[in-house]
Design a protein. Sequence first.
Length: 167
Amino acid sequence: MLKKLFGKKNDQNTEEVLVSPLNGKILELSEVPDPVFSQKMMGDGLAIEPSEGKVVSPVEAEIVQLFPTKHAVGLKTDSGLEVLIHIGLETVSMEGEGFEGHVEVGDKVKQGDELITFDMDLVKEKAKSTITPVILTNGDDVVESQEVLNTGEATKGETELLKVNLK
């Protein structure tokens, strides 16, 4: 009981390393042309300008949300970190056209497992941008510190993006 009040459980990770969920160029959130993301209203993180339409899991986690339009997915790690991957900007208006989900809420995924595929050309045509924010949505509650590990080009499932130290 005292551990619940005063400390971490011994079996929890205190560090999470997120790999890139997409192939593409790593961007700072400040470079995302949408104030909801660039001003970190939903949380801190980074973004990827994708070079192909395949999204994989950046961490070992449980799928806690898959939007009906398949343009975004929420994951939660065993240590409690929540990650949102939002494919493109203003893609919700596409109403799922061009997006295919490969997971369901409640699924357990490993780093690199395929989550969503999407039609890049269709997103370029119908949405504001293909830039895909990767957001730590509960960072204020669980993140003690985070460090960006790479810049430039990222390879999905391989390139380490963020190291997150948890409270």
